[in-house]
Every structure is written in structure tokens, then in C-alpha cells.
Design a protein around this ligand. Structure first.
Ligand code: SF4
Ligand code: SF4
Length: 276
């Protein structure tokens, strides 16, 4: 039985038994190579679920839809490794109770998908440890290194040219499971921290503020890259921040629901030598 069939069956069982109230998965998209989020509430609808190499989106952001988990009922969800990492982060940042989430995990390969064993977010320590060994930067190291090897002036010019294209559509924010604030800093106009119009300074402010907010939190799902209508390589800047955080704190985001947040935690007895 294909993994798609296995997970359709599992979703039907979970819904019929009442173990979950909803399954968040993938449905047919506008073309055969595209998939869109599908919200399934009854066993009859599970035949509409798809699971194949076109299932790219990290669906975990839907779990923090306002009120979804408030009734304490469980929700099933299709998640790749990045999605499992982001559920861990959402749990560690007190945005959800990981025990309310039933995971149907999968690994996406070139042309196919394979099942990940386990259904609770705590069931994947070996897979996450292996990811930590490879990442960040696995697969695109050459490009990261090319930017690293630039002089500061060249790098500034590179990012300036990229950020100049930004039209402030905020699709990168909307798609990101880690951007769950009900009111984003850029929507605040009293005071207005980040200029809203699309010009060089405001675009720099927005993209750098976002990169810092994602430091130690980005799971490299690539959602922002894919959503950006002007193809700014957003994942590169988030990856660079991830490399910094890994190097400085040995922190790889999303390892467990109990992982301490790297830039939002402090110790009262920290000698704070960096200030000196
Ligand atoms: S910043 Fe981009 S790559 Fe990182 S978690 Fe958000 S959408 Fe995914
Ligand atoms: S998706 Fe791209 S164009 Fe839109 S706000 Fe983000 S960086 Fe700018």
C-alpha cells in the first residue's frame, strides 16, 4: 500500500474513532504538480488527501489558527521534518500543546515520499539528531560560501540589490509558521518601527528585522522563498543566522518541545562578558 493510501486510511480511522476532530493535509492543486492545504473533518473526505513529492508546504502554521486548539481536542496533520521541527518550536514557545497534535510524518525525496515512524512530536529524536548533523546549509553550502567570501561591501551590494525588489507584500510572513504574532511589528503605526512603503531603507528594515526574529527559530522549510513573488533568496539570510546560532550556542531549532528558546531566554547569573 502506498504511503498516500496508508495515511488516507489512518486519517479515516482517526476521524471515525473521534481521536482527532480534524486532519490537515494536502489536496489537489491547480495543476498536477501542485498541492494545496486540505482540511478534512470526516472519514468520507479522506480520499481527497494527497501525499507525494509535490507536497512542499509546511502545514504546521495552521495549527496556531486562533481558537483551533482551544477545545483541547486533537488535530491530525501531515508533516515533513521541517514541520515537525516547527511544531516543536511552537510548543516550546507555548503556542500549542504538542500532545494535541497527531503527526502523519513523511520524508520527501526527489520523486517520492516515505513514511516517518511515530505520531507524537517526541517520537523523532533520531531523525532530528541526523538533521542537526547535516544542517544548516546542507544542499546550498556553495551559495552560502560564495556570499561568505564576499567583502562586506560586496555583500551589502548583493543584499541591497535583492531587497530593493521587495514590494512589501508580506507573503513571506504569512506563509511562515514561526510568524504567528497576531499583530506584526510592521502593522504597528504608533510608533511606526518599520516604514511601510517599498523603498531601500524600509525594505532593509523589514527584511533584517524579520531575519533577526527568525534567528534560532527558522526551520528552513523554504516557504518564504517559494512565496516571495520577486524571488528574493530569503532562505539564505535565515540560514546564515541559523549557522551563527549553531556555532555560538550549539542550538539547532526545533529539536524538542522542551528546547529552550535561544534568543528569548536568559540566566540571572549570566556574567554578560559580551558587554565588556
Ligand atoms: S523563515 Fe522561511 S524557511 Fe524559515 S521557517 Fe519561516 S517560512 Fe520556513
Ligand atoms: S515575500 Fe518577498 S516581496 Fe513580499 S514582503 Fe517578503 S521579501 Fe518582500
Amino acid at each position: 500500500m502506498s504511503i498516500q493510501e496508508q495515511y488516507r486510511k489512518k486519517a479515516a480511522e482517526l476521524l471515525s474513532s473521534g481521536e482527532v476532530k480534524l486532519v490537515i493535509g494536502y489536496g489537489a492543486g491547480t495543476t498536477p504538480d501542485r498541492r494545496r492545504p486540505l482540511f478534512v473533518r470526516s472519514a468520507d473526505e479522506t480520499s481527497k488527501l494527497h501525499l507525494d513529492a509535490a507536497c512542499e508546504a509546511n502545514l504546521s502554521g495552521y495549527l496556531v489558527t486562533e481558537g483551533l486548539l482551544a477545545d483541547r481536542k486533537k488535530v491530525g496533520i501531515f508533516l515533513g521534518p521541517e514541520g515537525i521541527r516547527s511544531v516543536n518550536i511552537l510548543a516550546s514557545e507555548s503556542q500549542l500543546d504538542p500532545d494535541q497534535i497527531v503527526i502523519m510524518g513523511f520524508n520527501r525525496e526527489a520523486e517520492s515520499v516515505s513514511a516517518l515512524e511515530g505520531s507524537n512530536v517526541r517520537d523523532f529524536p533520531a531523525m532530528l539528531a541526523a538533521l542537526k548533523e547535516q544542517a544548516p546549509g546542507a544542499g546550498e553550502q556553495a551559495l552560502v560560501e560564495r556570499i561568505e567570501n564576499m567583502t562586506p561591501e560586496e555583500r551589502f551590494t548583493f543584499w541591497q540589490a535583492e531587497f530593493e525588489k521587495c514590494i512589501k507584500c508580506y507573503a513571506c510572513r504569512q506563509v511562515c509558521p514561526m510568524c504567528y504574532c497576531r499583530r506584526c511589528i510592521v502593522d504597528n503605526n504608533q510608533p511606526q518601527w518599520v516604514q511601510t512603503s517599498s523603498h531601500t531603507l524600509g525594505n532593509f528594515e523589514w527584511n533584517l528585522v524579520r531575519a533577526f526574529h527568525l534567528s534560532g527559530r527558522c526551520v528552513e522549510c523554504g516557504g518564504c522563498d517559494r512565496a516571495c513573488p520577486v524571488n528574493i533568496p530569503l532562505r539564505l539570510i535565515n540560514r546564515r543566522m541559523a549557522m551563527e546560532v549553531l556555532d555560538a550556542y550549539d542550538h539547532f531549532s526545533g529539536m524538542s518541545p522542551d528546547q529552550e528558546t535561544v534568543l528569548a531566554s536568559f540566566k540571572k547569573d549570566d556574567p554578560e562578558t559580551f558587554i565588556l
